[in-house]
Design a protein around this ligand. Structure first.
Ligand code: GLN
Length: 496
């Protein structure tokens, strides 16, 4: 393999070539660092430190030379800037944390590093992971003087999705073989769908939230994004596992090798197709691609089963009450005292809090803090917050009813393909576009998006697969079998 094509390798192939010393970790790191520079117009990276990356790569080469090094030895990856890292700054794409340097690594970062992965840098995202288009970043990406929306490599006038938009754009443009993302209400699955890549959010509690800057703690989950289900399985296997002392919602479930089931037959797999995911709001091009991929599953031996998830529509108001409620509480820590930004001039303590927060947070974050404070306030708590909690429970129960009749659920990841930058300026239209990812988030279920073809103007369409708790292996298996039979995941944007 010539060096110029290194970036076309998936994680599994790259790891094998590193292990057999066909290429060195330093060569791989240099190759991807050069690509990041070459494609900086996408705005995908917010931090790159070549020296740090190359030092990590040299350490990986030393381990490989001794026949040591984990499963990802020397594989370059990059992290969403929501994970704290001791060797790179962490901002959560917020002015509030500009210049912040964490003294420790998030558990997910520690685990991937322990497996031998080399960190290329930090990836752009929506501020505090709030958004679905990556237009809410307040941090200037590498190569820019001011904050920019991240661009979709398939069409740079379009959004990459969000909030893990930098992550998805980086994989689609082959700036990294795979990356980390986080998903609170769809932020792995929706950008994966918009950028034509694969991404999985595991069961809530599988991956540690320690060191992942909190947005809505009862929903936040980390997961991998890569080109294929196989690559995601490799990364996810290294990311998960109990972290009971550090994350009170971490599950005491042992780490699993999610690659073990990849090649299992899916003959007889019952795929539930929820009527509510195919209503009027679904655009015709997405529907056509999703229908075609369901037919492909039938060819592979799966059986389609009509199911119903009757409260799908309610997931939008429920999520946009609960997530802001939790955010308003989580973000109270950014008060100018302990972290990051502090206003320069203020009259007294109260004035310092007010000015610091007014200066440090962007509009979307402020909007959510206000909604959150409102729904939690005395007099409104019962009407909004409590009611939303009750419906959240019902949404989770609806899935359990559905899983009596099917093994996995399939549908679109998003109602449309990626829209134009600046094309959805009103917040509510952004919120409504989350309708298909929110139900699994509210229920804490694992969800995956895989490339399922192309819609109008050649933009990628994602097929979402949702499984019951702890069925990540089954989801990755179903996605892998599809990818063995199709080549959507191998297609790439022009010029990449
Ligand atoms: N788009 C959703 C939101 O804005 C989801 C974000 C996420 O999953 N982090 O809240």
């Amino acid at each position: 393999m010539s060096n110029t094509e290194l970036h076309q390798l998936g994680v599994a192939e790259l790891a094998a070539q590193l292990k057999s010393k066909e290429i060195s970790a330093v060569e791989a790191a240099q190759h991807f660092l050069a690509r990041a520079k070459q494609h900086k117009h996408l705005g995908a990276f917010v931090a790159i430190h070549e020296d740090t990356t190359l030092a990590q790569a040299r350490a990986a080469d030393a381990l490989i030379a001794q026949g040591k090094g984990g499963r990802l030895a020397g594989v370059p990856i990059a992290h969403k800037d929501i994970f704290v890292t001791k060797d790179f700054p962490t901002t959560a794409a917020s002015k509030m944390l500009k210049g912040y340097q964490s003294p420790f690594d998030a558990t997910v970062v520690t685990k991937l590093t322990a497996s031998g992965a080399v960190t290329l840098g930090k990836l752009n995202c929506d501020e505090f992971a709030m958004g679905g288009a990556n237009e809410n970043s307040a941090i200037a990406p590498v190569g820019f003087d001011a904050a920019q929306p991240v661009r979709n490599p398939w069409n740079i006038e379009r959004v990459p999705g969000g909030s893990s938009g930098g992550s998805a754009a980086a994989v689609a443009a082959r700036l990294a073989p795979a990356v980390t993302g986080t998903d609170t209400g769809g932020s792995i699955r929706q950008p994966a769908s918009f950028c034509g890549i694969t991404g999985i959010k595991p069961t809530y509690g599988r991956a540690s939230r320690y060191g992942m800057i909190a947005f809505a703690s009862s929903l936040d989950q980390a997961g991998p994004m890569g080109r294929s289900a196989e690559d995601c399985a490799l990364l996810l296997s290294e990311m998960c596992g109990p972290d009971l002392d550090r994350d009170s919602t971490s599950l005491d479930v042992p780490a699993e090798d999610f690659t073990a089931q990849l090649n299992d037959s899916i003959e007889g797999l019952r795929i539930g197709v929820p009527a509510e995911f195919f209503g009027d709001g679904l655009s015709a091009d997405v529907r056509a691609a999703v229908d075609a991929s369901l037919k492909e599953y039938e060819k592979l031996g799966a059986k389609l089963v009509p199911i119903t998830l009757p409260r799908t529509e309610l997931s939008v108001p429920v999520y946009y009450i609960l997530a802001p409620a939790e955010a308003s509480s989580n973000l109270s820590r950014f008060d100018g005292v302990k972290f990051g930004h502090r206003a320069q001039k203020y009259a007294d303590l109260n004035d310092m809090y007010k000015k610091t927060r007014a200066e440090g947070f962007g509009d979307e974050v402020k909007r959510r803090i206000m909604i959150g404070a409102y729904v939690l306030s005395e007099g409104y708590y019962d009407a909004y917050y409590l009611q939303a909690q009750r419906i959240r429970r019902m949404i989770a129960d609806d899935f359990q009813t559905a899983f009596k009749d099917c093994d996995v659920i399939a549908g679109p990841a998003a109602p449309t393909t990626a829209w134009a930058i600046g094309g959805k300026s009103d917040p509510v239209s952004n919120y409504l576009a989350d309708i298909f990812t929110l139900p699994a988030s509210l229920a804490g279920l694992p969800g995956l998006s895989l490339p399922a073809g192309f819609g109008d103007a050649g933009m990628p369409v994602g097929l979402q697969l949702i499984g019951n708790y702890f069925s990540e292996g089954k989801l990755l298996n179903a996605a892998h079998r599809f990818q063995q039979a199709t080549d959507f995941h191998l297609q790439r944007p022009a010029g990449i």
